[in-house]
Design a protein around this ligand. Structure first.
Ligand code: GSH
Length: 239
């Protein structure tokens, strides 16, 4: 069965956390919104006109008759099916908890450029964005990165992993977090990275996984840009 991933075309965004898991597993999937007529299909599925629970926003995943929304929830669903999650229940729930922390972090990263309103332009909230980004870089970035670094410290021996001794979808998501933060805040990240050697090592380790390496070099991988979650506005960064 082919998995159907639904996410906005043109940005890596929250869809990328799911894409990385599907790619690493070599899963058969289609990025629906990037196909002919796919965007219209995605919009129709959010209109809530059919039986069952419609998603409010992408990403969502269709597996046959089953529809799963929210990036972390999709990864909980896919984790064992793709061999990218602990097999025991305690491990699965712990992985999900880490992924939900990533969800919280992603929302705060988004709010650095949209602190007032999701539907407003960045240009309409620049002053507030400056204050928000300053606070984010001062307090929230070290809080979240420090938390993940400590988690990696507990689990890393020869290889770096967030959980147990094997690769999970959490590792792939942490890779994407570091990629996105490097794009959005290159100055702040250059200064911060020496404090998070295991996150940096995990990022390199994931980038060398053969399937991830091939994916990153492919047309399936979308570049970061100023429409997505991770946006680079030099005025929000630190030099
Ligand atoms: N909690 C959801 C958030 C989904 C979400 O906010 N999706 C964004 C795109 S990244 C969206 O399309 N939002 C539209 C809206 O909130 O109106 C997740 O983690 O997947």
């Amino acid at each position: 069965m082919t998995y159907e991933l639904y996410y906005w075309d043109g940005i890596p965004g929250r869809g990328e956390f799911v894409r990385l898991a599907l790619e690493q597993a070599g899963a058969d999937y289609v990025d629906v919104a990037r196909t002919d007529g796919g965007m219209a299909r995605m919009m129709a599925m959010m209109k809530n006109k059919t039986a069952g629970v419609a998603p409010l926003a992408p990403p969502f995943l269709r597996d046959g008759e089953f529809l799963v929304s929210h990036a972390a929830n999709i990864l909980l669903y896919l984790g064992n099916r793709l061999g990218l999650a602990p097999e025991d229940e305690a491990g699965r729930i712990t992985a999900h908890g880490l992924q939900l922390t990533i969800t919280d972090f992603v929302a705060e990263i988004h709010d650095t450029h949209h602190p007032i309103g999701v539907s407003l332009y960045y240009e309409d909230q620049k002053d507030e964005a400056l204050r928000r980004a300053e606070n984010f870089l001062e307090e929230r970035l070290p809080k979240f990165l420090g938390y993940f670094e400590r988690q990696l410290t507990k689990n890393s021996h020869r290889q770096v992993h967030a959980l147990g001794g094997t690769l999970t979808y959490v590792d792939l998501s942490l890779f994407h977090l570091v990629e996105g933060l490097r794009y959005a805040f290159p100055g702040a990240m250059t200064a911060a990275e020496p404090d998070y050697p295991l996150l940096v090592a995990l990022n390199a380790q994931v980038s060398h996984l053969p399937r991830i390496k091939a994916y990153l070099a492919s047309e399936r991988r979308l570049a970061f840009n100023e429409q997505g979650i991770f946006r680079h506005y030099p005025e929000l960064d630190r030099s």
